[in-house]
Design a protein around this ligand. Structure first.
Ligand code: PLP
Length: 394
């Protein structure tokens, strides 16, 4: 395995463990356990004197392939594959804190991520401060002597705000805290949090990595020492392991990640430009456009735009519903990263549990709509929007 391979090659060949049968496609090792030739071999395996698998909750060959391939892509030393993105997020955060510790998190987080730090962690005596992550000053002011973890996502869901990852990492390093970045929206292709100074990266592999709407998955990536000290035992004994079947599905998904993300991003960029010119649209937020409020940070830390577009309709909720209902190719769904274009109205779905004020803080208005661009033909998608917008009353 060559570390010098470029991403597209790593994603097809990286981490492959070929069995004695020489199969082309990665094998699915759908087994719970492993057998040992002798009692002595079992003893040595348990003592860690010999390499090998013990139990699928700890690790297994198909999952290993997925983890190794993700490590190559991310430039990480080690990883653990988890059953879902939320299993990855909660493990990455909870494995490294104890009662009395403090977390600083950006308030613009995926709903369940926000619940973990805002609602769950305090139940165990872990304090949390939520900040407007766009301004580094807010991160700095939130630091306390017991701050252990900084947690953010960038770009954020659904309004595609960005956080200066290198800036947050500098602040964290000054106080010995660890930065956890949920990199789902950027994808591993467009943003490398570890290179920007973050310590831990998490993904919901459910999104672009599967990319075809099939199975849940997640992954935590970091340096080996951090994983050994923090995640290793937590992962073994709390049981968030990914199913080997899902690891196999995700290995197949990841082979085409660059092809899909390139087409999705191209579609998203063209749709963003199209929407920006429509008079029923109040504003468009797209990380690839020069009018993005944080275009300077995006230029520094991202190498591509986004597969997502956020926009606001002048006619509020009524217009948003009318638009979504009139779309034909683009489906109404709260999921994202899929090869099918999906659209959602955050205020009544993904962010319905927040108060009106909390939504306003995040820039979510009744007219806000989020599009996850698929891999369909660009012109068909634009025609779908044009036809649907015509049916929205002004
Ligand atoms: C979907 C998502 C998650 C959670 O992932 P699941 O696989 O659904 O558990 C976490 N963070 C972000 C940004 C997401 O989009």
């Amino acid at each position: 395995m060559s570390k010098t391979w470029r991403p597209a090659t790593q994603l097809v060949h990286g981490g492959t463990l070929r069995s004695q049968y020489g199969e082309t496609s990665e094998a699915i090792y759908l087994t719970q356990g492993f057998v040992y030739d002798t009692s002595e071999a079992a003893e040595a395996r348990f003592k860690g004197e010999t390499d090998g698998y013990i139990y699928a909750r700890y690790g297994s060959p198909t999952n290993d392939m997925f983890e190794k391939r993700m490590c190559m892509l991310e430039g990480a030393e080690d990883a653990r594959a988890t059953a879902s993105g939320m299993a990855a997020v909660s493990a990455a955060i909870l494995c490294q804190v104890k009662a009395g510790d403090h977390i600083v998190a950006a308030r613009a987080l995926f709903g369940s991520c926000r619940w973990v730090v805002e609602t769950l962690a305090p139940k165990y005596g872990i304090e949390c401060t939520l900040v407007d992550g766009r301004d580094l000053k807010n991160w700095e002011e939130a630091i306390r002597p017991n701050t252990k973890v900084f947690f953010l996502e960038s770009p954020t869901n659904p309004t595609l705000e960005v956080v200066d990852i290198a800036g947050v990492a500098r602040l964290a390093n000054q106080v010995g805290a660890k930065v956890v970045v949920d990199n789902v929206f950027a994808t591993p292709l467009f943003q490398k949090p570890l290179e920007l100074g973050a310590h831990i990266v998490v993904y919901s592999a459910t999104k672009h990595i599967d990319g075809q709407g099939r199975c849940l998955g997640g992954v935590v990536l970091a340096d080996k020492a951090w994983i050994d000290e923090n995640l290793h035992d937590y992962f073994r004994h709390t049981g968030p392991a990914m199913s080997p079947f899902n690891a196999w599905t995700l290995l197949k998904g990841i082979e085409t990640l660059p092809l899909r993300v390139r087409q999705q991003t191209q579609n998203a960029a063209k749709i963003a430009d199209f929407l920006a010119e429509q008079n029923k649209v109040a504003k468009v937020i797209y990380p690839g456009r020069e009018d993005h409020p944080q275009a300077d940070i995006i230029a520094r830390q991202m190498t591509g735009g986004s597969t997502l577009v956020a926009f606001e309709l002048k006619g509020g909720k009524e217009a948003a519903f009318a638009l979504q209902n009139a779309l034909d190719i683009i489906k109404i769904s709260n999921n994202l990263g899929d090869s099918k274009s999906l659209i959602t109205h955050p205020a009544t779905t993904t962010h319905k549990n927040l108060t009106e004020e909390a939504r306003a803080e995040l820039g979510i208005s009744p007219g806000t709509v989020r599009l996850s661009a698929g891999i369909e033909d660009t012109d068909d998608l634009i025609e779908d929007f044009a036809k649907a917008l015509a049916r929205v009353s002004a």
